[in-house]
Design a protein around this ligand. Structure first.
Ligand code: SF4
Length: 301
């Protein structure tokens, strides 16, 4: 961002009132087995306020609590933010882009909620704004996606990413480590697949089992199906993972941070993300290693 804009940017999360096809019955009704969107949303972000108001409150919130910024990215975060007719998308994105200081959009969505028309529109915004589409891919394994009821495939993820990137739109992806049925070795394989994707940035979360979800029930009934990371083993895993990851891909996040009241498997205590990041960086330095140290391009993937 600094190389593009010459300064630090702040992302402001917005709940623009979108739904999700995996909850409203179009693809499914129960949603992904781990999903409780309220747990993933910042406090200032409420779909009952207008987008303009949420942006104003977000700027205020960050000015008081974090480092100041003069330029902002409107981050359409919860649910599937391309899941509406194009005219509605234009209205909502347009409102965000008309707010003072907003220089771009980051749009979180599912890979099955995008089409050529929406992508062409987003590509047309690129001449004036920074535009990123962030896809929830979650796993590279079709059997995992089925088990967690994502109701889309990894192949759809690859297709959406490829089409988005081909139009020059910045492309991000989100993955979860620790989904049921996946061993540590299986998760390590993500590095090879992700490295071969045309993505600009990636976010990783350790699985956080949220109270009241179908995942909580499954976790309590079949705990041996879950690879649960201790903090130290997660840091160790992340270091090995980074070594194999394409160094051109920006890692925006290494771990998630859901408010403690929502979490069932709180085995890292109340550690904040900043501290997790600090420990990962310290470990990289200690081992004198870095992202991409073991990266090899895999032909044909
Ligand atoms: S796609 Fe996202 S919003 Fe929809 S059910 Fe899954 S996690 Fe929840």
């Amino acid at each position: 961002m600094k190389s593009l804009f010459g300064e630090r940017l702040q992302k402001l999360a917005i709940d623009a009132g979108f739904n999700c096809p995996n909850r409203d019955g179009y693809k499914g009704t129960g949603g992904c087995t781990y999903c409780v969107n309220e747990a993933f949303n910042p406090s200032y972000c409420e779909s009952t306020s207008s987008i303009t108001e949420q942006i104003r409150l977000g700027i205020e919130f960050h000015a008081v609590r974090y480092r100041r910024a003069n330029k902002f990215l409107a981050y359409f975060q919860p649910y599937s933010n391309t899941y509406a007719p194009l005219e509605i998308l234009k209205e909502k994105y347009g409102e965000a882009l008309s707010c003072p200081g907003v220089v771009g959009l980051v749009i979180g969505t599912r890979p099955d909620c995008i089409d050529d028309e929406i992508l062409q529109y987003l590509a047309s915004l690129r001449k004036d704004y920074f535009i990123q589409v962030e896809y929830g891919i979650e796993s590279i394994y079709e059997e995992t996606l089925e088990r967690i009821n994502r109701c889309h495939t990894f192949a759809q993820g690859v297709e959406a990413i490829s089409k988005t990137s081909a139009l020059g739109i910045s492309t991000g992806a989100h993955f979860i480590f620790g989904l049921p049925g996946e061993t540590r070795e299986m998760m390590q394989q993500y590095a090879r697949f992700i490295s071969a994707l045309p993505i600009d940035s990636v976010k990783f979360h350790q699985l956080q089992v949220i109270k009241g979800t179908a995942m909580e029930k499954e976790f309590n009934e079949r705990r041996t199906d879950f690879h649960v990371f201790s903090l130290q083993s997660y840091i160790d895993f992340i270091i090995g993972f980074l070594e194999e990851l394409n160094p051109a891909i920006v890692v925006e996040r290494f771990a998630g941070e859901v408010p403690p009241r929502y979490i069932e498997n709180r085995n890292w205590g109340l550690l904040r993300y900043d501290e997790v990041l600090r420990r990962i960086e310290k470990e990289l330095e200690k081992r004198q290693t870095w992202q991409g140290r073991m990266y090899r391009r895999i032909e044909g993937m």
